[in-house]
Design a protein around this ligand. Structure first.
Ligand code: MN
Length: 206
């Protein structure tokens, strides 16, 4: 049974950067619906006991196109939002440190440059989708973007996403209307680099 990540904060805790109604709807409706539909599809495919990352990395093995599409869209919606919500905090660590801090300096020249790259990717995503900070198993970082609920697993990149920036309109339209750039700035205000660093440590082989 795939379950939504438990929020470590109240719905109103990310104000004013991410508003209460958006967190309520985004987590309580959108993410909940993806999770329910993913559980149903995984059950139908006999994959209910397989990790979500693995299901999304091997969609080619699912013969029925409708079922494959359901797993891709809802599995992505499930996993992407778990990553998104688990890296937000009302008391975020403002900069990466430790191993991740070193890698950000090495691969991007510092946090401001990395944020600029993420913002560029997020603004450049036409329509609904995501911007990503990923790592390979050796710890090399890269920024990318994808449409719909696709992610580095379903796209077969072999990379591990450690930061997910949701740019579907449901993530920002209630508070920011059409101003995606302002939402991205708000996202960075509540992005917890400690959580991103923990994802990095888990993803990189020691
Ligand atoms: Mn979303």
């Amino acid at each position: 049974m795939f379950e939504q990540v438990k929020l470590g904060y109240a719905f109103d805790a990310l104000e004013p950067h991410i508003d209460t109604a958006t967190v309520e709807t985004h987590y309580g409706k959108h993410h909940a619906a993806y999770t329910k539909a993913f559980n149903e599809a995984a059950q139908k495919a006999g994959l209910q006991d397989v990790p979500a990352e693995e299901i999304l990395s091997s969609l080619d093995g699912v013969q029925d196109p409708a079922l494959r599409r359901a797993l891709r869209n809802n599995g992505g919606g499930y996993l992407n939002h778990n990553l998104y919500f688990s890296t937000l905090s009302p008391n975020p660590q403002k900069d990466p440190d430790g191993k991740l801090g070193e890698a950000v300096a090495r691969d991007f020249g510092g946090t401001p440059s990395l944020k600029a790259r993420l913002k560029e990717a997020a603004l450049g995503q036409f329509g609904s989708g995501w911007a990503w900070l990923c790592t390979d198993r050796e710890g090399k970082l890269s920024v990318s973007q994808s449409g719909n609920q696709d992610n580095p697993y379903s796209e077969g990149t072999g990379l591990v996403p450690i930061l997910a920036l949701d740019v579907w309109e449901h993530a920002y339209y209630l508070r920011y209307r059409n101003l995606r750039a302002d939402y991205i700035d708000g996202f960075f205000e509540v992005l917890d680099w400690k959580a991103v660093g923990e994802n990095y440590a888990r993803a990189v082989k020691s």
